[in-house]
Design a binder for this molecule. Sequence first.
Ligand code: CP
Ligand code: NVA
Length: 310
Amino acid sequence: MRHFLTLADAGPAALRRILDCAHALKAARAGRPKGAADDGARLAGRVLAAIFERPSTRTRLSFDIAMRQLGGGTITLAAGDLQLGRGETIHDTARVMSRMVDAVVIRARAHADLEAFAAAADVPVINGLTERAHPCQAVADLMTVEERLGRPVAGTRWAWLGDGNNVARSLIEAAGLMGFALRVATPPAYAPDAGVVAAARARGAAVETMDDPLRAVAGADVVATDTWVSMGDEDAAARRRAMEPFQVNPMLMAAARPGAIFLHCLPAHRGEEVTDSVIDGPQSAVWDEAENRVHAQKAILLWLFGHLGD
Ligand code: CP
Ligand code: NVA
């Protein structure tokens, strides 16, 4: 039985299959109404439970639409509505849910809780974002880059600016698994986890960390950022002060490769980590990136249910 808690749960070969599947699924349903099922409806009869301990727009909607397009259904639950909030254990909740649904996606406050749920579950468990990782977002990002640049992600050059957070960590992991170069520029206090960087380097990826945003974007095909204050972060004022030089603005985009694309997982804080002119400009791929959450997650679900081979 498979889980998708981090990208490493898939590994490079399965990730490649997931990406190829996501591209094919998107192409195959061009022009169809968004809620119409795909030909073959490969997850007909399957039900996904989606548990949210924190707010979500994209993850919530895209999993629901993904399951509809695959012919299945979704039950979305706010964690506070479950008996979990009244002391029922994660273990017991996971065992009960495993008897009623076919897979579970969880946006958890603590990655350790997600791992505990997965350890007790008899059905696939998906990470819908924790403080440590956002693997579903990373798959959509890889897909978007391949789509916009028209070539495989391997060998491309990425720059990440701002906070070395959960989204950055999954992209660092992706660099190791898929073989692209990544420069991560953050204030030293908000640098990404050294263990995640070391693991990507051990796989041969050129991952560099630095505090110079201009150096990070030089020659980059992709410039990516995220909010400076993630859900659960408490030092908001200090973060905004420290990250101000890392704002993605026209000057920084001009220092990247001509034709470089801009990524942001959203929600964006316009005027903080990115200017309106960049996020609304021709280099921005953020709306494709958001849509691609649907296609990427469909491919992840098909992989979890054994439809993409070993
Ligand atoms: N990018 C992303 O995961 O967005 P939501 O928080 O809206 O799900
Ligand atoms: N880093 C952000 C991502 C939101 C999708 C957060 O954790 O709040």
